[in-house]
Design a protein. Structure first.
Length: 545
């Protein structure tokens, strides 16, 4: 008799409760519906193919709120459109969408915001799938002794910890889920500091068993949670420890980073020292800055020496999308590239100023990151519908609502970081450029920042990043590091994280009023979705909501 598959999952994780993940994209066939669950997970090869590798299908996505990047209304948008780097203007009948994008930019969301709930569900879905596969391993007689099974189990634990990191960063005081056998009524909300410690401990404990390979390069371990990936998340945890160890972010942190002691291999280090340690450990894997900044985002960026963790992209093999180029460019621009575009998100006024746009001091990375002015592709001018008027982007004319303005359809600098792929499918969404999640330039800037916060010099690390684009060295101050992160990592999904750590996420800027919720500091973390609170009456809503 065929066994029913069931995952006792997080509230509203209906999608996961009946989900038998298909064989990984690393395989050619899908035995779903042909084999019993016991047969699907009968051997350690089955565990690898139908469990460990299968979970990587969920790192990316092609539906709203799915994937860590590449789709809309999910992790990327909550970390970018809520900040001073990305704006989605209302252009007459385009991009109002019930006020969603304006709500994100002005920090006027609430616990009923639908996409927040869907993002919550997605993140916990992956956590619960990791738990399911871990339990399948634990059910095997040789689980405690077989080195391969122990390594698979460690890999799944590390993925689970990384997803808890994203959940904690977004939502604060959240449940730690390590089992599929917990009843919904028994799920307990944890303090943010406890989730932080869980992530930190899990990644350290699993580190010795993780693969040492580079995850970003083609091969049998392409796209997997390897040791360098875990080290990057550990460095990010340590850098933000002052934030994550504060369970009420409407108040000043209870402890400074220099006072937060973390155990690393039996030795106590403060948070800044810990960050430096993990960044140093990453350096031993021979990562290096690419000579050309753009190589990290090229159509063949799986050859990058700088990228650490990416979402593998291939229009034939994978179903992942990257919608950001499509979502940003003018429709005629997309057509000139043989695809489709939605004429949406643009760079903010603040980001233009940071790049020194339209000045003699314009940062050389601007033209590698954005389209501005006359739009040309393959040396040919792109035109508007009349075939005569050149398409020109007007970066300074962007605002939250530009309906009826002269450049209603053409205001704003548009996304250009990823190279257009002429072989892309799905109107340009399914391309070959792997989506960059973690890269070595971030490691250097994290180490520079941790060094300065610890009373040391981060001069060499900061200026290695600047030297790559032939910029003069600058003094290594926290202000200069933050500005460098703003420019170097623009639209890579880290701006909200940086702004919260520097205490500026709730500050007012162009078209972003300082709302009441911002003034309290509550907006540093998103609210627990309403439906979760209804299903768990003993939980407490995040401070300020």
């Amino acid at each position: 008799m065929k066994k029913t598959i069931s995952i006792f999952s997080m509230a509203l994780l209906a999608a996961a409760t009946t989900l038998l993940p298909s064989c990984s994209n690393f395989l050619e066939e899908d035995p779903k519906g042909q084999l019993t669950e016991d047969e699907v997970y009968a051997t350690k090869t089955d565990i690898l193919n139908n469990g460990v590798l299968a979970i990587y299908n969920y790192i990316g996505g092609n539906t709203d709120s799915q994937g860590l990047q590449g789709t809309g209304r999910g992790v990327f948008d909550f970390n970018s459109v809520t900040t001073d780097e990305t704006i989605v203007p209302v252009r007459a009948s385009d991009w109002y969408d019930g006020g969603f994008w304006t709500t994100l930019f002005t920090h006027t969301w609430n616990p009923g915001t639908q996409s927040m709930k869907e993002t919550w569900i997605y993140l916990y879905q992956v956590v619960m799938l990791a738990n399911k596969y871990i339990e399948k391993i634990d059910d095997m007689p040789e689980a405690a002794t077989d080195p391969d099974l122990k390594a698979y189990r460690a890999e799944l634990r590390a993925i689970r910890a990384m997803y808890h990191f994203y959940i904690m960063d977004l939502f604060g005081n959240v449940p730690i889920m390590t089992s599929t056998k917990v009843k919904t009524t028994d799920i307990v909300q944890s303090k943010r500091s406890e989730v932080f410690q869980f992530c930190f401990n899990e990644l350290q404990e699993t580190l010795p068993l993780l693969l040492k390979d580079r995850s970003n390069m083609l091969g049998k371990n392409y796209g997997r949670m390897t040791k360098p990936v875990a080290l990057f998340v550990l460095a990010k945890l340590a850098l933000n420890a002052e934030v994550y160890c504060n369970d009420d972010w409407t108040k000043e942190p209870a402890k400074k980073g220099s006072e937060i002691m973390l155990n690393i291999n039996g030795k106590e280090k403060n948070a800044w020292e810990a960050c430096i340690y993990f960044c140093d450990s990453l350096s031993s894997f021979n990562y290096a800055l690419e000579r050309d900044f753009s190589n990290n985002f090229s159509v063949t960026n799986e050859n990058s020496m700088e990228n650490i963790f990416t979402i593998p992209m291939d229009p034939v093999r994978y179903s992942n999308w990257n919608i950001y180029l499509v979502r940003s460019r003018h429709c005629n621009h997309g057509a000139a590239l043989g695809g489709y575009s939605e004429n949406g998100m643009s760079a903010t006024i603040e980001l233009l100023k940071a790049f020194g746009y339209d000045t003699e001091q314009q940062d050389p990375r601007f033209v590698k990151t954005f389209y501005a002015g006359y739009v040309k592709e393959n040396g040919q001018q792109v035109y508007l519908d009349d075939g005569v008027t050149p398409l020109i982007y007007y970066p300074w004319d962007v605002a939250l609502d530009i309906t009826g303005t002269e450049h209603e359809k053409t205001a704003g600098a548009r996304y250009h970081k990823y190279a257009p792929d002429p072989t892309a499918n799905a109107d340009g969404r399914a391309c070959n450029n792997d989506i960059v999640l973690f890269r070595y330039a971030d490691v250097l800037l994290m180490r520079a920042e941790a060094s300065v916060r610890n009373g040391e010099s981060g001069y060499d690390d900061l200026n290695r990043v600047r030297n790559r684009v032939e910029l003069d060295p600058v003094e290594c101050t926290l202000e200069n590091i933050l500005k460098e992160r703003y420019i170097e990592l623009a639209w890579e999904g880290w701006r909200r994280n940086d702004m919260v750590r520097f205490g500026i996420f709730t500050k007012a800027y162009t078209d972003h009023p300082q709302s009441d919720i911002d003034k309290s500091g509550a907006a540093n973390v998103f609210p627990i979705p309403n439906d979760m609170m209804v299903m768990h009456p003993n939980w407490k809503q995040n401070p300020g909501y």
